[in-house]
Design a protein around this ligand. Structure first.
Ligand code: A2P
Length: 344
């Protein structure tokens, strides 16, 4: 019997995440019958090679979703708000990588290692969480299941590719300018319709997206609210500090957690080494721990630097790294699509 195939659309096919979505669909041999590559009018008419075939990019319009069964969106929140309902109206299931619908009731927010069962509750749209949230919840899920999770304090060290191709170009441009002692004007970071921009080369910017009234940034509030939703625990205590650093790809996170019970480090190592989607890299004697350079291009979440807190027997520290474009975006979206078709 021949396998059922699907008409798949990738919205934002020319972008940093869109390109990785195409790579991942190809590598996973996703059952595609027809592939629509959608982007802005600027890219319409250009071609992208997929599995040896040149596919012409079309402008993302409501009509472009005629016949589409699965639409992967990663072209920014405003495009998702405008076009995801049009895709759904035409019968597609949307897997949305933007912030547009994540916190809406009735929209599952899914990390397949954590809450795959939520996929079945969709009403047309399934949201893919923020990249920083995804890698954190994958690492914490096995510990939450074993010990109960009370509190998280996390600081992120985020790569510029989270802000798209333009931010990667900006880091390279600024780095060259600094080395060559040339003048330059920061143009891209921090992201989010902000007037003021800062240097990212040889710097750390403690702001990702716009500030909220409570003093946290939007990125920090995304991590807080999304983690509670994915883990189905509104009472979870969580504080976040999100920092952009001059790394191209791979987000790193320093995470402190308080569990409901005293932790046993050997057991923690065993749980993490057996957890789906996790690779334990925790051997200080060999200076072996997760690194963005090594995680880049890989689909897993890397965990190391495990230490019990010195004051709280229920406290644990760790370092968690993952490719923000893959598990943080493209791979998580394709994984949702795989689970979705499994359930049909
Ligand atoms: P385009 O290349 O035609 O501008 P990144 O995250 O790397 O910045 O990429 C953003 C993605 O969103 C790109 O694929 C970009 O396409 C797409 N995009 C931007 N504006 C629009 C729009 N108005 N309609 C559809 N796609 C858009």
């Amino acid at each position: 019997m021949s396998q059922k195939t699907f008409h798949v659309a990738v919205v934002g096919a020319t972008g940093a995440v869109g390109q990785q979505m195409l790579n991942t669909l190809s590598e996973r041999n996703f059952p595609i019958g027809e592939l629509s590559l959608l982007a802005s009018a600027r890219s319409a008419g250009q071609t992208i090679e997929f599995k040896g075939e040149n596919i012409t990019i079309k402008e993302a319009t409501p009509e472009a979703f005629e016949g589409v069964e699965i639409a992967l969106f990663s072209a920014g929140g405003s495009i998702s708000k405008k076009l995801a309902p049009e895709a759904v109206k035409r019968g597609a299931v949307v897997i949305d990588n933007t912030n547009a619908f994540r916190m809406e009731e009735g929209v599952p927010l899914v990390v397949p290692e954590v809450n795959p069962e939520d996929i079945a509750l969709h009403k047309g749209v399934i949201s893919n969480p923020n990249c920083s949230t995804i890698q954190m919840v994958v690492a914490l899920k096995p510990l939450k299941d074993r010990y109960g999770l009370k509190k998280i304090i996390v600081s992120t060290y985020q790569a510029v590719s989270g802000a798209g191709n333009v931010a990667m170009d900006e880091l390279v441009r600024q780095t060259k300018a600094v080395i060559n002692k040339e003048e330059f004007t920061p143009e891209i970071l921090p992201v989010g319709s902000l007037e003021k921009k800062h240097q990212i080369a040889f710097n750390a910017i403690p702001q990702i997206d716009v500030f909220q009234e409570n003093g946290f940034t939007l990125e920090e509030m995304k991590m807080i609210n999304e983690t509670k939703k994915i883990m189905h625990d509104q009472s979870l205590e969580i504080a976040t500090t999100c920092v952009r650093i001059p790394v191209l790809t791979g987000h790193s996170e320093s995470i402190y957690i308080e569990l409901e019970q005293e932790v046993n480090l050997d057991e923690v190592r065993k749980l993490l080494s057996e957890a789906p989607g996790v690779i334990l890299e925790d051997n200080p004697a060999e200076q072996h721990y997760p690194l963005a350079t090594r995680a880049s291009g890989r689909p897993e979440v890397f965990v190391g630097r495990l230490r019990k807190d010195l004051n709280n027997p229920k406290g644990l520290h760790m370092w968690v790294v993952s490719d923000n474009l893959l598990k943080g975006a493209a791979w998580n979206s394709v994984q949702i699509a795989e689970k979705f078709i499994e359930g049909l």
